[in-house]
Design a protein around this ligand. Structure first.
Ligand code: ADP
Ligand code: MG
Length: 729
């Protein structure tokens, strides 16, 4: 039978399950394939190593001769491990990582083949960049774009290729990737936060944002996926009736991990160990076939690289286990989709987590300062927070009773709410000694205790404080973390700068005022403002949408409109002032995102049309013909009385014919809507047309296809069904 679905089911039934054979102690191999500072110092002279670490910590230029030495070091290390190629590894705006491998092969003057990597090849490369999205920054006739080495993220060996993390910029120095603005935002928040830290501890020289992501994903059988053009082309199912059993029994969440999946996870973890990705947690998620993996947090830049690398590793390891890993935010209708919580905090070079309460009242005042400033930043830039995580694919998940709606609020828990209320009532101006003692002992001083038993959690909040970090939960599973992290770093940097200005103003105005008085005063003023964005209730409820509206919170209506936040005047000013993105770069990013949005829906529309017309309707007609034959046969036997006996069949014929007609009409209309959309020049208007006039057909067409799935003979159905995709391990 020429039915991929059945072939696949037969293969799965007969296939041997992969079983995990552990390697020797995996922890001994941690970062074995990473050229970190520890290893690099074995290949460099003492002075060169010192020069390099200083330059990379200060973010200063690495000179030619040093670059030459580092390139040699990299080459020797990589060749020693069997490398054949090297590549600049970067994160263009396509959303995937990019690499262009170069062999180490070179020739001497006398024509002998040698392995070479020189300093200039390390520092800068010029890939043929004309096919990467630039949002209009580059014209194809001036397609030059450069990748430039990022010494703050170590080179690593992936397979037999030495990967050198780089940024990707245009000939004119404008960012064409996710990392460039991320690095600039890291520098912005370093400056702003270090300045504020000086109020509390003069020894702080550097503040680094930290990130720990939690990656959710689905694993489905690869052979079954072969029967699903929608999964292959769009990463999600565009059709498919829900399985009788889905996630309603809650028996998958934290359940025992199936053997085959465990074998996959183990191999994946071993690969991660080699690459220095500090994976820590693994478990089953809510939906069947859904899982999660989380690392120990790292500096944001490295953590972003590690997530991007992980996506690649996960795909490759999945292939070996005959699995397909799905990163789409909503691969299956009717069950939960996948997110990627971004846990964010700030760490000092002195080893302090600024969002973790300390042991003394002063360190707690420092904690409160960063805590309140973050909330205030979120209040001011809700629109940017939304834009940083919204996309055509994440749209399916947001606000759908499994993830927060596109309204940004902050959850802080009962106890911290009480602390803020107390601080809101601090008197104006210089504080009396009694008030200050009371604050320090009874309010600020009590914070570590209250957080210790803070089991207060709210899983429905898009941005929650979880004891020692904020957790941005709205981010989608497919997203590059650099996007939300760039926004978060930038908006908080901005608030911290404003905070410092306020404190300085207060100190300048009243010479009697002490530093901590001024800080209490500045915080009080901010706390008075932030209440609209604080929300402790059920973020998934309809009541919250109404309440948020009343509070005047931003509510993104759709992705194309939300993306406009990038070019809103106040936001352009923010990004420009902090040197994170220029107006031109922001406009370019907007163009790229809008185009991605349109293309995603266009590809889905085409695929759905193809599936409906070339898979579903022909199958339904086949079954229809069987029914018609049956009715004809009954007529032969029963003559005029045949309707008595053929009643059910005739009803079925009617129903199936109706569904076919509806599908056909839907597809025709969708194609018309696409044509109209395609005629629109303006990128924004076009994406709106796709959002409002093309996308709505997906649901109607799907409805009728899914009805047919329930009516048509199972043995004819060509696409793997939900029950098969979700329960075949
Ligand atoms: P959950 O949110 O599921 O309860 P955890 O509390 O274990 O999980 O934390 C989830 C993630 O938060 C992990 O990746 C962890 O490394 C990260 N995390 C913990 N502390 C910090 C921090 N200071 N900065 C950034 N991420 C952090
Ligand atoms: Mg979490």
């Amino acid at each position: 039978m020429n039915n991929l679905r059945f072939e696949a089911l037969r293969k799965i039934a007969n296939q041997e399950r992969s079983v995990y054979v552990p390697n020797d102690n995996r922890f001994d191999h941690f970062a074995e394939n990473v050229l970190d500072d520890n290893k690099l110092q074995n290949y460099l002279s003492k002075s060169a190593f010192k020069e390099m670490t200083q330059a990379s910590h200060k973010g200063t230029q690495i000179n030619r001769s040093l670059a030459e030495q580092i390139a040699q070091a990299m080459k020797v290390w990589a060749l020693g491990k069997g490398a054949t190629h090297y590549t600049h590894w970067f994160q263009p705006l396509t959303g995937a990582t990019a690499e262009k491998h170069e062999s180490f092969l070179d020739f001497t003057k006398t024509g002998d083949a040698i392995a070479a990597l020189d300093g200039s090849q390390l520092v800068q490369q010029e890939p043929d960049a004309s096919s990467f999205p630039s949002g209009g920054i580059r014209n194809t006739f001036e397609a030059r774009g450069y990748t430039a080495w990022d010494p703050t993220s170590p080179a690593f060996l992936f397979g037999k290729t030495l990967c050198i993390p780089t940024i990707f910029v245009s000939y004119t120095g404008e960012a064409l990737d996710y990392k460039t603005p991320l690095l600039r935002s890291i520098s912005a928040i370093d400056n702003a936060a270090t300045d504020v830290c000086k109020y509390f501890d003069k020894n702080v020289q550097k503040v680094i944002p930290t990130l720990g992501w939690e990656q959710e994903y689905f694993l489905v059988d690869r052979i079954l996926v072969a029967s699903r053009p929608d999964i292959i082309l769009t990463g999600r199912t565009l059709l498919g009736h829900g399985s009788s059993k889905g996630q309603q029994l809650d028996d998958h969440y934290f359940g025992s991990i199936p053997t085959r999946i465990l074998a996959y996870m183990n191999e994946l973890e071993e690969e991660c160990m080699l690459l220095g990705i500090p994976v820590k947690t693994r478990h089953n998620e809510v939906a069947p076939s859904q899982f999660e993996l989380a690392p120990i947090f790292e500096e944001a830049n490295l953590s972003v690289d590690h997530n991007a690398l992980l996506i690649d590793v996960m795909k490759r390891v999945a292939e070996k286990h005959n699995l397909e890993v799905l990163f789409h935010e909503k691969p299956f209708a009717g069950i939960n989709g996948s997110g990627k919580h971004n846990n964010w905090s700030l760490a000092t070079n002195t080893g302090v987590n600024l969002l973790s309460p300390g042991k003394t009242p002063m360190s707690n005042l420092q904690f409160l300062t960063f805590f309140v400033n973050t909330i205030a930043a979120v209040l001011d830039y809700q629109d940017l927070m939304c834009a940083s995580m919204m996309s055509a694919s994440n749209d399916h998940r947001l606000g759908a009773n499994e993830a927060p709606p596109t309204i940004i609020s902050v959850f802080i828990g009962k106890q911290l709410t009480k602390v803020l209320t107390d601080l809101e009532h601090v008197s104006k101006g210089k504080l009396s000694p009694e008030e200050k003692t009371d604050l320090k002992l009874n309010v600020v001083g009590k914070i570590p205790e209250i957080l210790l038993d803070n089991t207060d959690r709210n899983r429905t909040s898009p941005f929650a404080f979880t004891g020692n970090k904020f957790e941005f939960r709205a981010v989608g599973s497919k997203a590059n973390c650099a996007k939300p992290m760039t926004v978060l770093n930038t908006i908080v940097a901005n608030k911290l700068e404003a905070f410092k200005e306020n404190v300085e103003k207060l100190l300048a105005k009243d010479t009697k005022m002490k530093k901590d008085d001024a800080i209490f005063n500045a915080l009080r003023d901010m706390i008075k403002e932030i209440s609209p964005v604080l929300f402790e209730g059920d973020g998934y409820s309809d009541a919250w949408v109404k309440e948020a509206n009343k509070r005047g919170l931003y509510h993104a209506q759709n992705t194309p409109e939300a993306l406009q936040a990038y070019v809103a005047q106040k936001n352009v000013k923010l990004f420009e002032e902090l040197n994170v993105l220029s107006e031109r770069e922001l406009k370019a990013r907007l163009n790229v995102d809008l185009e991605h949005y349109t293309l995603a829906i266009q590809i889905e529309g085409r695929t759905l049309g193809d599936l409906s017309r070339n898979h579903i309707i022909p199958t339904a007609i086949k079954y229809l013909n069987t029914l018609i034959e049956n009715v004809k046969g009954l007529k032969d036997i029963y003559g005029d009385k045949y309707t008595q006996h053929a009643h059910e069949q005739m009803q079925l014929i009617e129903r199936i014919s109706n569904h076919i007609a509806e599908i056909n009409t839907g597809v025709n209309r969708m194609i018309e809507a696409r044509k109209k959309g395609n005629a629109i020049e303006d990128g924004f208007e076009k994406s709106l047309a796709y959002c409002n006039t093309v996308k709505p057909y997906f649901e109607t067409i799907r409805y009728h296809c899914d009805k047919l799935e329930l009516l048509v003979d199972n043995s004819l159905w060509p696409l793997a069904k939900y029950r098969e995709l979700l329960f075949s391990h």
